[in-house]
Design a protein around this ligand. Structure first.
Ligand code: SR1
Ligand code: MG
Length: 426
């Protein structure tokens, strides 16, 4: 293989299930074995060595085509086809650092093992919402999956002005299926404890705790914002109520082990097209608060709604806003449908409504966290960054005000329809 041989700081690593880091090991630097980084030229031979080439569709006799389509912040992705018009396979390799930042920001490649574990659960409980999964190679931190190259990333489709259609409803069902099946309502007590232990994902959780739940509220070198937002950002970072509620959400994230969650369900993790909605990239998965998944999806729908508004497409904006209600209704509907099958009949029906109310308010809070970081943190939303001036700072300021309100006053919003007014007010 032609890529650089890379490895942890000179130590052997356990197999694919990570053990605890040595005391004092900085985040993201858990030892891992040296492994080859794949280049496009390596990929056909790599697939052959894993016995997966036969899964490539098409009949063309020439050499396979390999296209690197790395798009997210973290990993390398190659699409391999036998026939250019027939979807083949996606090969996804975790680099030992944050791809868009470079080697100065190390990040454990064991995240690929977390993604593999999540896909194994998802293939069981929500197969129609994920790409077909063809296995994980712990020696190279590489997964092979169905090539979704004919679908578009939801964020890109939104930026291109396409309607979200029924994406929200589908995402709501996806979240409910995963959440119910891996909660105390869908599993035995002992099975849950095993799941919690196996799904520990320390480095990726710490990354979220940092870049989503902490850094946007403080001065930090990772952060950035449009200069026109200087005064607003100063004000927000000096708000003690916002700090307390942001801290409460961080603490909920670290302690509320409700169900296996995707952990990074923004609009870059959802693919759409041809009547299909597919959720990808569950490498941040762990057993955490269900509202975190909904909240990330909602924040990005609200950001898309604000983009539509500032561009004068109020109809499209309204369609994006409607994704919040659609996903919530689909989520609660699916959860309620599963409720009679709950593993522990001690939970009465009256508990369900209270439980769902908690998920709703957590979701609003995390929508605020996600919106805030997308405007003033490290990984900004392309929906905002691709706006022209002066719409860009206008939209970003609305996102910050929306985020602040959702974080500090989330318990004052009991229904999705209240968000329309809030969106107008900010
Ligand atoms: C440094 S990584 C920033 C973000 O990229 C991933 O997609 C996650 O959203 C993470 O928070
Ligand atoms: Mg991702």
């Amino acid at each position: 293989m032609s890529g650089a041989l890379t490895g942890g700081p000179g130590q052997a690593a356990p197999a694919d299930l990570p053990g605890p880091a040595a005391p004092g090991t900085p985040p993201g630097r858990r030892p891992y074995p040296a492994y080859p980084l794949l280049s496009p030229d390596d990929v056909p031979g790599y697939l052959e060595s894993r016995g997966l080439s036969s899964l490539l569709g098409g009949t063309a006799g020439g050499p396979l085509t390999v296209r690197e389509v790395s798009d997210g912040n973290l990993n390398r992705i190659f699409l391999v086809r036998r026939d250019p018009d027939v979807p083949g396979l996606a090969v996804k390799q975790a680099l030992p650092w944050v791809r868009v930042h470079g080697e100065s920001w190390p990040l454990t490649p064991y995240r690929a093992a977390a993604e593999a574990r999540a896909y194994e659960h998802l293939a069981r409980v929500a197969p129609e919402f994920v790409p077909a999964y063809h296995g994980y190679d712990p020696a190279t931190f590489t997964l092979v999956m169905e090539d979704l190259g004919d679908l578009d990333v939801l964020r890109a489709a939104s930026i291109a002005g396409r309607s979200p259609g029924d994406t929200g409803a589908q995402v709501g069902v996806f979240v409910a299926r995963l959440a119910f099946a891996t909660s105390d309502f869908g599993m035995s007590s002992a099975g849950r404890k095993k799941l919690i232990a196996e799904s520990v994902n320390p480095e990726l959780c710490e990354l979220t705790e940092d870049v989503v739940l902490t850094e946007p509220y403080i001065e930090h070198e990772h952060n950035g914002h449009h200069p026109a937002l200087d005064a607003l950002v100063r004000e927000v970072r000096a708000d003690p109520e916002l700090r307390r509620e942001a801290a409460r959400l961080k603490h909920l994230f670290t302690t509320k082990a409700e169900a296996l969650i995707h952990g990074d369900l923004h609009s870059g993790s959802v693919m759409v097209g041809g009547g299909r909605v597919a959720v990808i990239d569950p490498e941040f998965s762990f057993v955490g608060p269900i509202g975190f998944d909904l909240g990330l999806f909602w924040a990005n729908a609200l950001i898309a709604a604000i983009r539509g508004d500032v561009l004068g497409s109020s109809g499209l904006g309204a369609e994006h806003l409607a994704q919040v209600a659609a996903s919530w209704e689909a989520f609660t509907g699916e959860f309620q449908r599963s409720w009679p099958t709950r593993a522990d009949g001690f939970y009465p029906d009256s508990y369900l409504a209270e439980f769902l109310r908690g998920v709703w308010h957590d979701g609003l809070g995390y929508a605020g966290s996600e919106a805030m970081r997308r405007a003033v943190g490290y990984a900004h939303a392309a929906d905002l960054e691709t706006l022209p001036e002066p719409e860009r700072p206008i939209a970003a300021a609305r996102v910050v005000r929306l985020a602040r309100e959702l974080i500090t006053r989330r318990h004052g919003y009991d229904r999705p329809d209240a968000l329309a007014r809030l969106l107008r007010e900010v």
